[in-house]
Structure formats: structure tokens, C-alpha cells
Ligand binder design. Structure first.
Ligand code: CP
Length: 315
């Protein structure tokens, strides 16, 4: 671990804007609490009264399936009151600003806002300018902290610990908020990280974050205990970063034949949504090394832990 890991019983922050702002002790506390909530959600009575007096708004200014549903379920399991907001069906379409939208939501006595927004830094701006506790559910190409936390939880569950493990993050690193949050989270927990992809999809100077950089998927898989495979984010790509999807798949896609050619086993992860046949073939996504659906299941427990600990940290 790179910073103090003294056990803590409360978070050092009242917002979750990014993994960068968390201490290793914060992350350990979230993972330990998530393990307790995972037990709870596997009982026949899955609901606890922990957030009974808390109101949470889910403000999604960008599309989401997993993160939004996972937060909504986590909130319900904790007995919070919730309201959900999607930009496509709101007055944002009439030109309302982010501040006005959020301040109107807060005027309804909301305690926490879970927010996804296309602008990097939007949750940090709201954390500074509003009274509510802010949880970043993905801000542009910047951070996706709860994804990194659930990824770390899933690695810990599968391999026993994160510290000392080698994790290769493979694919479109340039446009990925999952990559940056994972790098911060894994390093704070003592893992080694490699990023791998075409040089056009790897940010320049990313090695300054202390990660290895590779461009050969087979070599990355031979090095790694875990491969976290990222989606090619065509919707964020203004220019063409590689000749064709077929060529990307040929050089950077992971298929069963490639995994069979290794003399070791590698845990396969993906934050979803998957471009099947591009970055991952179905036989790998649905195969025995994949923990992709465990990641989704763990997301609910991890988000319950985040909401519970932030609520405890107080208004
Ligand atoms: N992993 C993830 O953030 O998925 P969604 O975009 O569906 O929320």
C-alpha cells in the first residue's frame, strides 16, 4: 500500500467524488462494509432500515443501465426514499443549467445526489457549491469510483486479496473513466497495474501514474492475474483511432483461443456494456474465467456500503 492503511470506522470524506480523494483506509472500510451487505442481500429478507430518513436523488445526465439500477436497488435495500431523474425527460432539454437543476432537486429536501454527467469535474463542482452529499456515478472521461470499488471487491472475492496482484486494463484507456478510477484504487490497495491497447487509445504520459504500458495483449495476459477489458467507446471518439473494428478485434480482442494459448489462468472482468466480438468474444465473456456478472452483483453491495458510510459521515 502506498499510504497509511490504519483501520478506520468512518470515511475521511462526506462526498464520493473520485477514488483519488479516498485514502487506502477509506477503500478498505468500503470493501469490508460491502462484504457485510453482500451477506444481507443474499438473505431472504434483503432490506435493512439503515437509511430510513434519508432522501437520495439519482440524477443521470448520461445513459446508464448497470450503475443507475444498481444504485436504485442499493437505496431500496437500505430503505432510503429515492427520486430518479434522467436528463432526456427533464427540463435540461429546455436549457436549464446543471446548478439550477440540482438546486431545484435540493429544494425538495434531498440529502444525497448520485450523479452521472458527461463533464469531468461536474460532481466536484456540486460538492463545493451545494449542501447535499454528492456521489459520482461517472463524470465524462474522468472517474467512475463505484465501478473501481466493485472491481476491487470482485478481485478480492475471487483471489483473496488485491495487494500484490497484477491487473492489466486492456482496451480504450483514453476515453475511459473506469481506467483512471481502477488505476487509483488498485494502486492504493497495493496492486500492480498495466494498461494495454493501441498507442492511439493510451493517454500520453500515463506512465507518470506508475503503471506499465503495453501494446501486445498476449504479453499483457501472460503478465497479469486479472484482465479488466474495457469497451471501445465509439460514442466518445471524434476521430478514427484504429482502421476498423475488425482490425481492433484481430489485434486487441480476447478470444478463447488466445486464453488457451497461455500457460496460466487469467480472471476476466469487464465493466459493461460489452461490445461482443470486438474487445471480448462471447466464449470468453460467458466462459469459466469470467466474473463479469459477479461484478454486477457485487455492485449493489458496494453501493450500499458507500451510501451507508457516507450517510454515517453525516450531513
Ligand atoms: N459499467 C457501467 O457504468 O455501466 P452503465 O453505463 O450501464 O451504468
Amino acid at each position: 500500500m502506498t499510504q497509511s492503511t490504519q483501520k478506520s470506522s468512518s470515511l475521511s470524506t462526506r462526498h464520493l467524488t473520485g477514488i483519488k480523494e479516498l485514502t487506502p483506509a477509506d477503500i478498505e472500510l468500503i470493501l469490508t462494509t460491502a462484504a457485510q451487505f453482500k451477506e444481507v442481500i443474499n438473505r431472504s429478507i434483503k432490506k435493512v432500515p439503515s437509511l430510513r430518513d434519508i432522501t437520495i436523488a439519482n440524477a443521470f445526465f448520461e445513459n446508464s443501465t448497470r450503475t443507475r439500477l444498481s444504485f436504485e436497488l442499493a437505496e431500496k435495500r437500505l430503505s432510503a426514499d429515492t427520486l430518479s431523474f434522467t436528463a432526456s425527460s427533464s427540463s435540461v432539454k429546455k436549457g436549464e443549467t446543471l446548478s439550477d437543476t440540482i438546486n431545484n432537486i435540493l429544494a425538495m429536501k434531498v440529502d444525497m445526489v448520485v450523479m452521472r454527467h458527461s463533464s469531468p469535474g461536474a460532481p466536484h463542482f456540486l460538492a463545493k457549491t451545494t449542501k447535499a452529499q454528492i456521489i459520482n456515478a461517472g463524470d465524462g472521461t474522468h472517474e467512475h469510483p463505484t465501478q473501481a470499488l466493485l472491481d476491487a471487491f470482485s478481485i478480492q472475492e475471487k483471489l483473496g486479496e488485491v495487494g500484490g496482484k497484477k491487473v492489466a486494463i486492456i482496451g480504450d484507456i483514453l476515453h475511459s473513466r473506469v481506467a483512471l478510477s481502477n488505476i487509483f484504487c488498485l494502486q492504493k490497495l497495493g496492486a500492480e497495474v498495466m494498461v494495454c491497447g493501441p498507442s492511439t487509445l493510451i493517454p500520453r504520459h500515463i506512465d507518470k501514474l506508475g503503471v506499465k504500458v503495453g501494446h501486445n495483449v498476449k504479453e499483457a495476459l501472460e503478465w497479469a492475474d486479472v484482465a479488466n477489458v474495457l469497451r471501445i467507446q465509439l460514442e466518445r471518439q471524434q476521430i478514427q483511432y484504429f482502421p476498423s473494428l475488425r482490425e481492433y478485434s484481430l489485434y486487441f480482442g480476447i478470444n478463447d483461443k488466445l486464453l488457451q494459448s497461455l500457460d496460466k489462468e487469467v480472471v476476466i472482468m469487464h465493466p459493461g456494456p460489452i461490445n461482443r466480438g470486438v474487445e471480448l468474444d462471447s466464449d470468453v465473456a460467458d466462459g469459466k474465467h469470467s466474473i463479469i456478472l459477479d461484478q454486477v452483483e457485487n455492485g449493489v453491495a458496494v453501493r450500499m456500503a458507500v451510501l451507508y458510510l457516507l450517510a454515517e459521515r453525516g450531513q
